[in-house]
Design a protein around this ligand. Structure first.
Ligand code: RNT
Ligand code: ZN
Length: 425
């Protein structure tokens, strides 16, 4: 174990250094502690789910690469993994479930047949551990999604099938929120789009709008359910047009009081995602984040502490919008230890928010208003060398969670003792 005394003394130095800029590190830790990350269940098993034993991901612009051993194959294994992940993270986390992760008891339950009963054991598990739950309908990896259209399909039967699936997803999410005593986000992402240049974009988008109107007809209390809509620029197989684009959902959410889900991999690689926050928040109720790392495309690499994630966190904190933003993760790397992937990505996201909370925003704002742009630039640069790591270590130590890189040994131990026993994939 890292020496507690050393962590405390490094923290005390850090506290003094930040105090010189009127930044209160204790307060920053308190605020960081109030951010619950919604851990995406699908990093644990490569988005396979538990519908039937040989269920595999296909189509829909989601590609998982890698075959590192140790994938969770059952609900019990996934829960064990998530618990391990949580034990290596300071603070409380949530779990973001997809509909295909239901407890179907070995039975074949089609998507238009799912109900609260299939998620009761998850609710029980979450309640016991104080882990809040979020939800997603699964509109991919299904024969009715094979032609690339779901809610916006011109085939009425298919459209109705998916409307029913998403309607049921909302009911399940609302029940999760009610049972847990805090609202669950039901985030809708559909793969709909076309590989080559279509001529009838309009009808597909009109159909999607109609389908959403139908889905949202039923009202649930705000304390139980938050509806969120996730757009995208392109996917594999939908390179030329994605029906549920950013503009589409931004318009829909603004008009209908929904959250917009911002997945950091879903924009053009040169766009600054952080820049979007202060625009979106002028018009929509709130934002669900899917923090991800696209490498050249929407590749869903493990999140690291890079400039993009830092700007995203800064813009949320500067907008004082933490209460209107749900922070979820969305990446899936099957080429490395999956538990380690979760922990690296989650800790990087927490660190980005910590850095944002440690920013001397008032001083910077004053410089800006006075046109002192050199001073603003210099202070922003100086902040990059400040000891935020010492603050994060102290936060970890205070919560009895490994500090620094100590969790690496824990993940290795778990791999040897638990994951290795699962055999090759
Ligand atoms: C796909 C979206 C979506 C999925 C999950 C599994 O491009 O990012 O959020 O990753 O629903
Ligand atoms: Zn996403």
């Amino acid at each position: 174990m890292m020496d507690l005394k050393k962590i405390e003394s490094a923290y005390s130095d850090a506290r003094n250094r930040y105090a010189q800029f009127n930044v209160d590190t204790d307060e920053a830790i308190r605020k960081l502690d109030s951010i619950q990350l919604s851990l995406h269940c699908w990093q644990g098993d490569d988005v396979a789910g538990f519908e039937h034993p040989d269920s595999s991901l296909s189509g829909g612009g989601i590609e998982v690469t890698g075959n590192y051993p140790g994938r969770a194959r059952t609900i019990a294994e996934l829960r064990e993994d998530i618990e391990k992940v949580c034990s290596l993270l300071p603070g409380m986390q949530r779990l973001n479930l997809h509909a295909i992760y239901g407890d179907f008891g070995g039975k074949k339950v089609d998507r238009d047949q799912i109900g609260v009963e299939h998620f009761q054991s998850w609710i029980h598990w979450g309640k016991e551990r104080g882990i809040g739950l979020d939800f997603n309908p699964t509109c991919f990896s299904h024969p009715f999604a094979a032609d690339g259209f779901t809610l916006s399909s011109k085939d009425r039967r298919r459209r109705e099938f998916w409307i029913e699936h998403v309607r049921r997803s909302r009911m399940i999410a609302a029940e999760m929120g009610r049972a847990m005593g805090n609202p669950s986000v039901n985030n809708i992402w559909i793969p709909d789009g076309s590989k080559d240049t279509p001529v009838d974009r309009f009808t597909h988008r009109a159909l999607l709008k109609e389908a959403l109107d139908e889905i949202f007809r039923e009202n649930f209390p705000k304390e139980h359910l938050i509806d969120s809509l996730e757009g995208k620029l392109f996917g594999i197989g939908s390179e030329s047009m994605v029906v549920g684009s950013h503009e589409f959902y931004l318009g829909y959410a603004a008009r209908n009081g929904k959250y917009v889900c911002v997945d950091t991999g879903h924009y053009h690689p040169t766009e600054e995602i952080g820049d979007k926050i202060s625009s979106i928040l002028q018009f929509v109720d709130g934002i669900m984040l899917h923090v991800s790392r696209g490498v050249r495309w929407d590749s869903d690499h493990v999140v690291i502490l890079n400039d993009q994630v830092r700007l995203l966190a800064e813009e949320i904190v500067r907008a004082k919008a933490l209460d209107r933003v749900r922070v979820g993760l969305d990446f899936f790397d099957a080429s490395i230890n999956r538990i380690g992937a979760y922990v690296v990505g989650a800790r990087a996201t927490q660190t980005a928010f910590l850095c944002a909370l440690l920013e001397p925003t008032e001083i910077l704002r004053t410089y800006e208003e006075e046109g002192k742009y050199f001073e603003r630039l210099a202070l922003l640069e100086a902040m990059k060398a400040m000891p935020f790591g010492a603050v994060y270590d102290y936060y970890c130590a205070a919560q009895n969670v490994p500090a620094g890189a100590e969790y690496v040994a824990e993940v290795q131990k778990y791999e040897a003792e638990v994951l290795a026993g699962r055999g090759g994939m």
